[in-house]
Ligand binder design. Structure first.
Ligand code: 6PG
Length: 463
């Protein structure tokens, strides 16, 4: 290898790209880097080691890469990815690999994979989780695409990924096609649901139980040491206790309007498209929409909700149950997309990749991996005996907490949607017979009978 040739190119040195590049440099991976934005490039140049090769443009980057080339894109998902691929493509050859490490919509990844395949260029969609700190110290990496192309870049990416407690890198090819980006989208959807469940628990504690932020922080810290703990619970304890310069809780100064970049919405849209129920994810997106309607809420604001009586153990159980049920909805969604697109995703591998480095990291992932490993392929995850046992322990607390919250006027959609999903899924017979009757009466939509084949129509005259 000559001095000006490196095995990996990286395009995009914003926050995530720069931190991942620094992480790669720590692992002695020689890099060719290209960043269009002068200020971002200057900052990255100051931080990355001297041996880093700086390319002037896409052509220069391609020239300075060992063949077959491997290029990691760390640019903002969307049009920027198309623009960079368009700039790069004329300078690539068959067998080269592009790895898109952005929060890209799986639909876009599938489209780009197909387009690039015409030139024999492989595109690996790589979900990267863990934020800035994860990129720097060890992210979870969820890959999808051609197996042989993945094998070429896997050792490098596995070296910089987070490691689970057993030493396994949290970096895997989770399936073909756009599997990696789809799994990352669902990861984020679950992230929305778990965060919403935490927000509801915070609301009930702060306003329903009149607990101060220190006690709430201690409560989250206690939960974090138990079976429902995890990164999001850990940071909940920090966030709630943080003070402003005058010593008041900082949260009380924060505008109650949640932002979103779209991945929760994509997960919900995918569920709707696939006809799969993922209500905890969708309700978490809707809760952000309610939060965003702040001006309307100011006008409509009624009497504040009342005090609630909730056993603290019930609240913890409620959070645990809602979290588990949100995860299971996510896994059902992945399985449905996989059944349609044929990626061959192993849920055990997904749970294992999420064990460290990502925002969802939690001891629950070990329990999920073990539970899924014991299930015959195609079995619904709610059938797993160990998960049923967890739910038997936590659902009573979820029922009591949801009922108390609703009774006192609190909106608890993450808790109630999780519960309703569970209760619907474990009923052999749901009232859709009645829906069919209504549909057939007003629109002659027909219905199926339990006792005879075919489609039937009745006059539903009431007698
Ligand atoms: C991660 C995060 C990361 C990002 C989310 C935030 O896994 O590291 O999920 O991807 O923080 O996209 O999403 P919202 O801005 O939509 O909440």
């Amino acid at each position: 290898m000559t001095q000006n040739i490196a095995p990996l190119g990286i395009i995009g040195l914003g926050t995530m790209g720069r931190n991942l590049a620094l992480n790669l440099a720590d692992h002695a991976v020689p890099l060719v880097a290209w960043e269009r934005d002068g200020a971002l490039a200057a900052r990255a140049r100051a931080e990355l080691p001297d041996g880093t090769i700086w390319a002037d443009d896409a052509a220069d980057l391609a020239r300075r890469l060992a063949s077959p080339r491997a290029v990691l894109l760390m640019v903002t998902a969307g049009a920027a990815v198309d623009a960079v691929i368009a700039a790069l493509r004329p300078h690539l050859e068959a067998g080269d690999v592009i790895v898109d490490g952005g929060n890209t919509d799986a639909v876009d990844t599938a489209r780009r994979q197909e387009a690039l395949a015409a030139d024999g260029i492989h595109l690996i969609g790589l979900g990267v989780s863990g934020g800035e700190e994860g990129a720097r110290r060890g992210p979870a990496l969820m890959a999808g695409g051609d197996a042989a192309a993945w094998d070429r870049v896997a050792p490098t990416l596995q070296a910089v990924a987070a490691r689970a407690a057993d030493g396994t890198p949290c970096c895997d090819r989770l399936g073909g096609g756009a599997a990696g980006h789809f799994v990352k989208t669902v990861h984020n959807g679950i992230e929305y649901a778990v965060m919403q469940a935490l927000a509801e628990a915070y609301d009930l504690m702060r306003h329903g139980l009149s607990m101060d932020v220190d006690r709430i922080g201690e409560t989250f810290a206690t939960w974090n040491r138990g079976p429902g703990g995890g990164y999001l619970v850990e940071i909940a304890a920090d966030v709630v206790r943080t003070r402003d310069s005058n010593g008041a809780p900082l949260l009380d100064k924060v505008v109650d309007r949640a932002g979103q970049k779209g991945t929760g919405r994509w997960a919900s849209l995918a569920a709707l498209d696939l006809g799969v129920a993922a209500p905890s994810i969708a309700e978490a997106v809707f809760a952000r929409a309610v939060s965003a309607a702040r001006d309307e809420r100011q006008v409509l604001a009624a009497k504040a909700p009342e005090a609630v009586q909730i056993d603290p153990a019930d609240l913890e159980a409620a959070f645990r149950a809602a979290t588990l049920l949100s995860f299971l909805q996510g896994f059902v969604l992945i399985a449905a997309a996989d059944a349609r697109d044929g990626w061959k995703v192993d849920p055990v591998a997904v749970a294992k990749v999420w064990r460290a480095g990502c925002i969802l990291r939690a001891p629950l992932l070990d329990r999920l991996a073990e539970a899924f490993a014991g299930l015959a392929p195609g079995t619904h995850p709610l059938a797993a005996p160990s998960l049923r046992a967890e739910l038997a322990e936590t659902l009573p607390g979820l029922r009591r907490t949801a009922a108390a919250g609703i009774g006192a006027g609190y909106a608890v959609p993450a808790l109630t949607s999780s519960l309703s999903w569970h209760d619907g899924m474990v009923r052999a017979r749901v009232p859709a017979d009645f829906l069919q009757g209504l549909r057939d009466k007003f629109g002659a939509h027909t219905f199926e009978r339990l006792d005879a084949p075919g489609n039937h129509h009745a006059d539903w005259s009431g007698s």
